[in-house]
Ligand binder design. Sequence first.
Ligand SMILES: Nc1ncnc2c1ncn2[C@@H]1O[C@H](COP(=O)(O)OP(=O)(O)OP(=O)(O)O)[C@@H](O)[C@H]1O
Ligand SMILES: [Mg+2]
Length: 230
Amino acid sequence: MDLLLDVRDLDKSYPRGGATVEVLRGCSLELAAGASVAVMGASGSGKSTFLNLLGGLDHPDRGEVRTDGRVLDFDDRRALTAWRAGSIGFVFQFHFLLPDFTARENLLLAVRTVRDVTDDDRQRADAILDELGLGPRAEHLPGELSGGEQQRVAVGRALMNRPRLVLADEPFGNLDQDIGSRLGELLFELCRREGASLVLVTHDPVLAGRADRVLHLVDGRLASDAAPAE
Ligand SMILES: Nc1ncnc2c1ncn2[C@@H]1O[C@H](COP(=O)(O)OP(=O)(O)OP(=O)(O)O)[C@@H](O)[C@H]1O
Ligand SMILES: [Mg+2]
């Protein structure tokens, strides 16, 4: 069986002054299509760094990322960008919505990066906004939305191109915990329905428990719940 994502032995360090900060050491992850995994770890443990490598936003010092059996070429920026646009939905901690475009237009911009927008796309955008409880907000600009609503639009944008993989980096970390975990549940539900795999960075252990697996990033290494780090 081809894994959607087969990540092997990633190392990543950052130069700092004359020294280097070692962030990831031999991090591996296997993810089947439709599966979910939660990544937990202290602030600064390297969770965002790891997610950025999975999505080809940064390159590892060592190790490889395979999708569908093909090794990602981190030097081929154009191929990486095309793969990201078509296969991956990112949700960052900050929404990065374009301020001069409405909620609906922000979803459609995801399509526009790969092809022309069709009437089907407009219907899909509205259906996704409805599911996210944003039907009445479709014409609002990001500045006319609450923080939670902005993050929900960001989730909608991530799902718009039917990605096979959603990478979400503490998407609701800035929100009230109750609202954050409710939106997290919704994210799991939408990914399940869309058949997308999900890698979710979260500080919320209850939400993490919704994932098929929970991994902890400790001292640059990924440990599963079943085998806790020493
Ligand atoms: N460009 C960079 N140059 C130097 N050091 C960096 C760089 N980016 C990240 N780091 C360091 O790498 C470590 C991991 O950062 P990362 O952002 O991945 O942590 P994180 O687990 O996502 O933390 P948080 O929970 O606060 O978001 C941190 O110690 C950070 O200071
Ligand atoms: Mg982070």
